[in-house]
Write a protein that binds this ligand. Structure first.
Ligand SMILES: Nc1ncnc2c1ncn2[C@@H]1O[C@H](COP(=O)(O)OP(=O)(O)OP(=O)(O)O)[C@@H](O)[C@H]1O
Ligand SMILES: [Mg+2]
Length: 465
């Protein structure tokens, strides 16, 4: 464990040196400050765990010092001492967040006990406070965005399982980040220096999957012109990610089960098995439970794979992460695509938070990419959102359904026709009232009248103003 760092603040050099000498002797790393002001500067410099402070000091007194300290670094444990112990002072100190108040003169054993308890208290607190895994791991988990309860417990889970060699089964809807999580587990494991090999079981024709997984010897089948190692061997001492495991056919399920049980495999056409040391992470967006019931997936294999099950929540179950995801991807695509889109306006954020996201994070990421490219700069508003994301808040214009005829079309007359229809509909809806019609079209009344004149739609016998 790291040596605790303690800062002692006291304007009285003799007391300070004395306390410092004692705590150093007890094995702590000790720093000194000559008053509260000085202490506030040295806090950050030495990144201390604890402050032991006198109360009566010039410039900032101990009480104000503790208040300021707690407002910037609430996790630092503070112990205060003074010769002026009245009830009110003690109460104020504790209210300000001091951990303990010692009355001068105190004996050094007493101080030692309080320091010890303070550090233990802090260790406990930082554990329960800890919303994120520790810094080292955090960097590796950084590209998994999320701070909702569900994601925080996912991070914790990833950290816990990474170091074990157990087989992991990741389940979740499409686009929830299954592959991302599988990689994070590998990166955090003892196997990180070895290969992470991914194989999508659904993307490879059934007849090739076996040799893809286990390899084959030369001449094993027509076309096997050379001996080839499979993904299992490529992943030796590393991790094999079997994606879309639900799509694996029954005969291969048996073979996979055998590898998991015996830790050895048989390349196609080989006469002897080979030992392999591979950690398996499997993933699927199908309901394997149900597939087991309907006998589409082997029960024994299911249990072998789901030693540690991880279920990724769909985005609609962690809506609090949506603004964070939107902004992170905005930043990313602004950079990648050299755009300067400033952000999402409030209404857009509301609409996107309310949206169901059937394609989960992947869909969100793709949407942001598209919006950033098309918008280029400025704020994204409702008008920039494709219809389906607006949750019925929009004008139901079926623009998406317009199709350019094969032999082309005159854009100008199409636009004009479009405009005419909408203007006439607005006039109909408003019962001929131009002010209301203009409002429906988000135009100024005068602009509408201009347009009507130009289009010769404004006739004497027409609707009245
Ligand atoms: N929490 C997240 N933070 C950042 N990006 C994410 C997150 N979840 C998913 N993504 C991104 O969304 C996309 C889809 O993620 P991934 O491929 O891991 O999903 P999946 O669950 O494997 O989906 P499928 O079942 O369709 O294969 C990727 O571009 C990934 O980087
Ligand atoms: Mg995937």
């Amino acid at each position: 464990m790291e040596t605790p760092r303690i800062l002692i603040a006291d304007d009285d050099k003799k007391t300070r040196d004395f306390v410092a000498a004692f705590l150093s002797y007890k094995g702590y790393q000790v720093f000194q400050a000559f008053d509260g002001q000085d202490a506030l500067q040295k806090l950050e410099l030495h990144d201390v765990h604890m402050v032991v402070t006198d109360i009566m000091m010039p410039r900032i007194n101990g009480l104000d010092f503790i208040k300021q300290l707690k407002s910037i670094r609430p996790e630092i444990v503070t112990i205060a001492y003074s010769a002026f112990a009245n009830f009110e002072m003690t109460a104020n100190l504790l209210k300000a967040g001091a951990f303990f108040y010692l009355e001068k003169p105190f004996n050094l054993e007493e101080l030692q006990t309080v320091v010890q308890r303070g550090l233990e208290h802090q260790a406990l607190q930082s554990k329960s406070f800890r919303s994120r895994p520790c810094i080292k791991n955090r960097a590796l988990l950084e590209n998994i965005i999320g701070e909702s309860e569900k994601m925080l417990s996912l991070f914790e889970m990833i950290e816990k399982v990474a170091s074990s060699d157990s087989t992991v089964l990741i389940q979740g809807e499409s686009g929830t980040g299954k592959e991302l999580v599988a990689r994070a587990i590998h990166d955090l494991s003892n196997r990180a220096a070895r290969n992470f090999v991914a194989l999508n079981c659904a993307a490879i024709p059934d007849e090739l999957l076996e040799s893809e997984l286990f390899g084959h010897v030369k001449g094993a089948f027509t076309g096997a012109v050379a001996t080839r190692i499979g993904r299992f061997e490529m992943a030796d001492k590393g991790t094999l990610f079997l994606d879309e495991i639900g799509d694996m056919k029954a005969n291969l399920q048996v073979k996979l089960l055998r590898v998991l049980q015996n830790r050895e495999l048989e390349p196609v056409g080989a006469s002897r098995p080979k030992k392999v040391d591979v950690r398996i992470i499997a993933a699927t967006n199908q309901n394997l439970d149900q597939m087991v019931v309907s006998k589409a997936f082997r029960e024994d294999l299911y249990y072998r794979l789901s030693v540690i099950p991880i279920n990724l929540p769909p985005l609609r179950e962690r809506t609090s992460d949506i603004p964070l995801l939107l902004n992170s991807f905005l930043e990313k695509f602004n950079q990648n695509k050299q755009r300067q889109v400033q952000g999402f306006d409030k209404q857009v954020l509301e609409m996107l938070t309310a949206y169901e996201w059937p394609g989960n994070v992947r869909e969100l990421e793709n949407l942001v990419e598209r919006l950033v490219i098309l918008k280029g700069s400025g704020m994204l508003g409702v008008q920039d959102l494709p219809e389906k994301y607006r949750g019925g808040h929009s004008i139901p214009l079926q623009v998406e359904q317009m199709v350019l005829p094969d032999d082309g079309f005159c854009l100008n007359s199409a636009v004009e026709e479009f405009e005419n229809r909408l203007i006439l509909q607005a006039l109909q809806k408003s019962g001929g009232n131009k002010k209301e019609a203009a409002e429906l079209l988000n135009l100024k009344r005068t602009t509408l009248i201009e347009k009507l004149k130009k289009k010769k739609l404004l006739t004497g016998s027409g609707p009245s103003m």
